[in-house]
Ligand binder design. Structure first.
Ligand SMILES: NC(=O)c1ccc[n+]([C@@H]2O[C@H](COP(=O)([O-])OP(=O)(O)OC[C@H]3O[C@@H](n4cnc5c(N)ncnc54)[C@H](O)[C@@H]3O)[C@@H](O)[C@H]2O)c1
Ligand SMILES: [Zn+2]
Ligand SMILES: [Zn+2]
Length: 392
């Protein structure tokens, strides 16, 4: 089969691999019908996530049709050949303490190489598709076929009559935006500030709308992304022209927003020359791994007693983290990989009811062979690219 394959930083190719097979009675193998490129894939592409190996298959936003199913997956998950299913990017065993609490991204059983992540973080979270050997070294979904471990508890059936593009983002970015918003306890009357108008920031915006936020401000400097956020109902701040702090002070009569969401993560761009150069030097000399500009700004811009919610991914360590500001303002932090299946039923319902059409952000479509080119387009934000969908 063909699959998008890691060869090194900035070097993803489409290679031929052996077709996946059932390896365990709880496995299934699916034929991928739609897959998408995520901002998280860019962290692999740009070399920010350690333990990638040449030949690893990328991709964690995908769906398809069951080709083959192991006996236990068939019996426990009511899965059969021909079923159309969505695959959450977090692999869930369904039985461990965390899965029983529906905190699926913390699954204790699905990361088959937990030692590396445990050494880095103290305790390993779930296995993820196509996301390095820290997260289990599983093959990803930017491929023709994928093996799904724990398939009986790692899927969601697609209702009749819904096409792939209507539901594909339930595999990751829609639940991620939603979890960020509920982590921030967004509700009626709230002013929310969102850093990043990429796909995740845009789904944070949509989720805040569904939760009844009064005013939503989105911060970025990519014109077409800000324009889309504006068309979707946000007030926007172009951080290349004005200081987000000044604008947020003004629009909240000096109170600042009490809900701040960092939907940028570890590759954020700097807020001014000194800040940018500082973090470039620190990361280049391995004194920090992640660039926390947006996070620093979100902390400074958050109201007293507010909540800072981080859907944006952080990998290891950051420098000049304004812990004093967070302490002085008694801020609450919430973060983590998304517990995808915790949210999918509710969000599917919103799609069916017509509350949201999740296809609004798709700008680019292609086949698997177009992936290397589309990775560059997406990373460089060329050609007004916001979200790429691939049909293997
Ligand atoms: N928590 C999860 O489970 C989960 C799931 C999916 C994605 N993510 C993460 O969410 C983040 C965003 O994903 P995406 O697909 O939207 O990525 P993206 O790269 O397309 O978007 C990031 C946006 O942030 C903007 N940006 C950069 N620096 C900024 C700054 N200082 N201030 C404001 N905006 C800034 C960029 O211009 C870009 O538009 C990534 O870190 C990704 O890994 C997390
Ligand atoms: Zn993703
Ligand atoms: Zn589990």
């Amino acid at each position: 089969m063909r699959a998008v394959t890691y060869h090194g930083t900035g070097d993803f190719r489409v290679d031929t691999h052996p077709d996946p097979k059932i390896e365990h009675p709880r496995d299934a193998v699916i034929r991928v019908t739609t897959t998408a490129i995520c901002g998280s894939d860019l962290h692999l592409y740009d070399g920010f996530i350690p333990t990638m190996k040449k030949g690893d298959i990328i991709g964690h936003e995908f769906m398809g049709i069951v080709e083959e199913v192991g006996p236990e997956a068939a019996a426990n998950g009511n899965l059969k050949k021909g079923d159309r299913i969505l695959i959450p990017f977090t692999i869930a065993c369904g039985n461990c303490l965390w899965c029983r609490k529906e905190e699926f991204s913390l699954c204790d059983q699905s990361n088959r190489e937990p030692e590396k992540l445990r050494m880095m973080t103290g305790a390993a979270g779930a296995g993820l598709f196509g996301y390095s050997h820290l997260y289990g070294g599983y093959d990803g979904g930017q491929a023709e076929y994928v093996r799904i471990p724990f398939a009986d508890t790692t899927h969601m059936k697609v209702p009749e009559g819904m096409d792939d593009e209507q539901v594909i983002f339930l595999t990751d970015i829609f639940p991620t935006g939603w979890q960020a918003a509920i982590n921030a306890e967004v509700g009626p009357g709230d002013t929310v500030a969102i850093w990043g108008a990429g796909p995740v920031g845009l789904f944070c915006l949509e989720s805040c709308k569904l939760l009844g936020a009064e005013r939503i401000v989105v911060i970025d400097d990519v014109p077409e992304r800000l324009a889309l956020a504006e068309r979707r109902g946000a007030a926007v701040i172009d951080r290349s022209k004005v200081k987000p702090y000044d604008v947020l002070m003004e629009v909240t009569d000096g109170k600042l927003p009490s809900k701040c969401i960092d939907a940028v993560g570890l590759e954020s761009h700097g807020a001014g020359i000194i800040d940018t150069v500082y973090d470039r030097v620190k990361t280049a000399t391995f004194q920090e791994t992640d660039r926390p500009h947006a996070l620093r700004e979100a902390i400074m811009c958050c109201a007293k007693g507010g909540i800072v919610s981080l859907p944006g991914v952080y990998a290891a360590v950051v420098d000049k983290f304004p812990i004093g500001a967070a302490f002085a303002k008694a801020l609450t932090f919430r973060m983590g990989q998304t517990h995808v299946l915790q949210h999918t039923d509710k969000l599917l319902n919103h799609i069916r009811e017509g509350d949201i059409d999740p296809t609004f952000l798709i700008t680019h479509r292609g086949g698997l062979d177009d992936a290397p080119e589309l990775y560059r387009t997406f990373r460089d934000k060329k050609d007004d690219c916001i979200k790429v969908v691939l049909k293997p």
